[in-house]
Each structure stands twice: as structure tokens, then as C-alpha cells.
Design a protein around this ligand. Sequence first.
Ligand SMILES: Nc1ncnc2c1ncn2[C@@H]1O[C@H](COP(=O)(O)OP(=O)(O)OP(=O)(O)O)[C@@H](O)[C@H]1O
Length: 271
Amino acid sequence: MDKRDALIRLSGLKAGGDRSPPDLEVRGLSLAYPDNENALREISLAIPAGKITSVIGPSGCGKSTLLRCFNRMNDLIEGAEYTGSILLEGQNILARDTDVTLLRRRIGMVFQRPNPFPKSIYENVAYGPRIGGIRRKRQLDAIVEHSLRSAALWDEVADRLYESALTLSLGQQQRLVIARTIAIEPEILLLDEPASSLDPISTLRIEELIYELKHSYTIIIVTHNMQQAARVSDMTAFMHLGRLVEFDRTDTIFTNPSRRETEDYITGRYG
Ligand SMILES: Nc1ncnc2c1ncn2[C@@H]1O[C@H](COP(=O)(O)OP(=O)(O)OP(=O)(O)O)[C@@H](O)[C@H]1O
């Protein structure tokens, strides 16, 4: 089995199948936590495939909660209850019988703070493919190199692959986490404020990387940083108090929003 076959097998794609990102559509999604009945209220939106969608809005409006619905991370929160559906290629991923492990392979997530494993740089990236059944060193080497290159980190770490990931700078760690996510070939990437703990230069590198990655993935990014949303995304969703207020092309949201609440937020009148 060559590397591509291995990746295809891991991602559940058909052999020789295309890598065009799948459609993702949210329909009437509501979510309640025990102490917040309206964390999400009747959200509906179609995430365009192969594009970057930003989710913006004031603190506590439900951005991260929405993001976590896409790979069922809210299942891990006791008492979180949701209704509605999210269709991935027409199949409701919120259905009880969804294989959540496979789903999380198809929809990878990167969190706010880099969370590499306390292992070598190589092991961080090889871990997922190995769990997925790839054992041959040559194949793993190829996946590690490809993933690190895709995450724009290879040149900085090629000669120190067996050093601890914790010796990397925070910005490098976040790119490593992105490489680790890419290594299992997801189709969709969820990024929850991926640059918020980074310095401006590392932030710029992550933004450039996100922009590059959109050629291969559908990306949904939660950000507090409106300039970042304006710079990197094709589409922007503005949320407030658990509702989706407006969803449109990013340039429209930032230059000619149709809702007063959106305008107030992007012009800094609140939030
Ligand atoms: N694990 C949880 N348990 C209970 N309530 C939660 C949990 N996570 C979030 N909430 C609540 O749900 C609402 C939405 O939170 P969420 O974190 O999704 O908002 P956010 O827009 O991402 O906020 P921020 O920008 O501050 O990260 C808030 O009222 C929050 O207190």
C-alpha cells in the first residue's frame, strides 16, 4: 500500500476518489447547556466547500459551541443537549448512530492553545497514521514530511525531528498541531482561535498557512480578531446571543452588512 492509498484508507475516501471537500450544512441547530438554555438558537447555514468561513461575534455568543458541534465535541460536555441537524454530504452527523471516531478523522480540530503531545516532533505527526494502521517506517516518514511541509514547518524542524515537540516555540507548536491534524487527512478543518495565544509574526504565519490550506480543505475558523476574519476568510458568520445574525461574503459583512447588529459589532460599537 503506498502513501496515498494509506491516506485514502484512513480518511474513508474511495480509492482513486477525488479530494474535493464535502458539503456541510447546518439546519435548525439549537444547543442548551444546563446553565444556558440558549447557547445556540436555531442556527442554519451552508458552509461552502473549499472555502474559509469565519465565525465572529462577542464573547459568549456561541462561536466555539457551534464549532464543537461539527465534530461532536459537545458530546463530551455533560448535560449539553442539541436539536437540529448538520448534514455532511447529506448525512446527519448529529444522528445517534454516527461513528464519531471516523467523523473526527474527517473533521479535524485545532484549539486555541497549542497542545502537542509530550513526545518528539516526529511522533506527534506519526501518531494518528500509526493508530490508523500504518506501520511501515518509510510510509510514516513520507506522511510526516508531507504533513510538516503542508503546515509550513518542515524547513524549521527537518534536522530535529526526534527532539521533543515541547522545545518548539508556541507558533511552531501550533503549526505542528496543524501538521498532526493534517496527517490523518481530514476533509474539513475546524480552527478555534488558532492564533490567539501567538505573537504577531507567528499569527501572520498561521494566517498564511490557513490561506494555503484552503486549497485542500474546507476551513471554519472562530476568531475574535476581525482583521483576521477580514484577511483570511471568504465567508463570515456573525453571531450574537446564540443566534446567527448574518452570514455573507466577508467583504459584504465588513463593508456593507445588512443588519444593524453586525454593523455595530464590526464598527466597534459593542462587543
Ligand atoms: N462547557 C460548557 N458548559 C456550560 N456552559 C458552557 C460551556 N461552554 C460554553 N458555555 C456557555 O455557552 C455560551 C456560549 O459559549 P461559547 O464558548 O460557545 O461562546 P464563544 O462565542 O466561543 O465565547 P468566547 O469568544 O468568549 O470564547 C456561554 O454562555 C458559555 O458560558
